[in-house]
Ligand binder design. Structure first.
Ligand code: NAD
Length: 353
């Protein structure tokens, strides 16, 4: 098949992990007779430096003509002074909203080979395989906000309407049908009006999915359950802010933030795929970035936007095999302190393909 892929490397370790990912995808395309065209665009801090805009119109145009978007990471201290009014992260919020990417999928699974590295007891981590579905274009990150008066007051607004909850609940419930048939909806219905609407809507939509077991958890309780019984979760549905926080909390179950992919989808096949981690300025340029999160994001792109399931699986299997062989990047290195550089790890994955 032929596909055009918009490539937005961004800042910090973004370009480091992206270069290996387009290389990996080119090799997969060559092996399987596909034609992937990569078109590169600016986003984040580098886009501010070159155009003054964290998401230039030209980048939007590149993404509009693409079948899918691959994004590295944005941000860094250079653009994050308290007084900065134009910030790299605005580019992220804008691209999600522009394309109406309302469902953010973040799978978190544990690797037996890394059990000793994770901070929880190995018996708690056995078989952990959770899919977070986070609402991405509404909630408190997009609601009305204001710094008031002399700067000593401000507010943010958590807003949801029925349609917004319905569309993301449908994505999560369908995903649960294709997995282990369980969905946990997270809210704060005991305090927040918007979250009572959330729960009411989820209960209604669930009526069409009798084969899915539905559980409701308050977000504060959920933070504890994720650590005391992570293996019980299948699909976790949450609003924008709660989903952001919970999926970062759960990331430690996998061993490192650097290993987690994400997909941001709308109702058609178009999607934006990016690792969960940020630009990691503390390790940028040192060959210490773990490329797994970016590689697995590319695998999700092959699966959800390009319907290339076998090719997606080949990336996941190659990563499993490299980890089983004992190769580790710096963030998941063992007690002896030895680690493979980003280049060495990426080459090992390619060799397994
Ligand atoms: P971060 O995810 O960049 O880094 C957190 C920690 O995890 C750091 O110690 C980092 O070295 C480590 N880490 C992250 N990714 C790694 C990888 N692939 N391999 C090895 N180690 C990895 O989060 P932060 O430090 O809070 O933020 C840094 C910048 O990134 C900020 O400007 C922030 O706004 C931005 N950010 C961007 C995104 C995004 O682009 N989607 C997400 C989160 C943060």
């Amino acid at each position: 098949m032929k596909a055009t892929i918009a490539v937005l490397p961004g800042d910090g370790i973004g370009p480091e992990v992206m270069a290996h990912t387009t290389n990996l995808l080119s090799i997969i395309a060559e092996k399987n007779g596909h034609g992937f065209e990569f078109v590169e665009g600016l986003i984040g801090g580098i886009a501010i430096d070159e155009t003054g805009n964290p998401l230039p119109d030209e980048t939007i145009a590149i993404c509009e003509t693409a079948d899918a978007v691959l994004l590295g990471a944005v941000g860094g201290p250079k653009w994050s002074e308290p007084t900065s009014t134009v910030r790299p992260e605005q580019g992220l919020l804008k691209i999600r909203q522009h394309f109406g990417l309302f469902a953010n999928l973040r799978p978190v699974k544990t690797y037996p080979a890394l059990a000793s590295h994770a901070p929880l007891r190995p018996d708690l981590l056995e078989g952990v395989d959770i899919l977070f579905v986070r609402e991405l274009v509404s909630g408190i990150y997009f609601g009305d906000r204001q710094e008031q008066g002399d700067g000593t007051e401000s507010y943010d607004t958590m807003y949801y309407n029925r349609d917004q909850v319905e569309q993301v609940a449908n994505v999560a419930l369908r995903a649960a049908q294709g997995r282990r048939g369980k969905m946990t909806s997270v809210d704060k219905a005991n305090v927040l009006a918007s979250m009572r609407l959330w729960r009411r809507t989820v209960v209604e939509i669930h009526e069409d999915y009798s084969d899915v077991e539905l559980e409701h958890l308050l977000v504060d309780a959920c933070t504890m359950h994720l650590l005391t019984r992570p293996g019980d979760f299948d699909v976790v549905l949450a609003g924008n802010m709660f989903g952001d926080i919970l999926s970062d909390e759960a990331s430690v179950l996998a061993g490192s933030l650097g290993m987690l992919p994400s997909a941001s989808l709308r109702a058609d096949q178009f999607g934006l795929y990016e690792p969960v981690h940020g630009s990691a300025p503390d390790i940028a340029g040192q060959g210490k970035a773990n490329p797994i999160g970016m590689f697995l994001s590319a695998a999700m792109m092959l699966r959800y936007s390009l319907q290339l399931e076998d090719e997606a699986k080949s990336i996941e299997d190659a990563i499993d095999a490299v980890l089983a062989d004992g190769l580790r990047t710096a963030d998941i290195r063992g007690a002896n302190g030895e680690f493979a550089t980003t280049d060495e790890f990426a080459q090992a994955v390619i060799a397994k393909l």
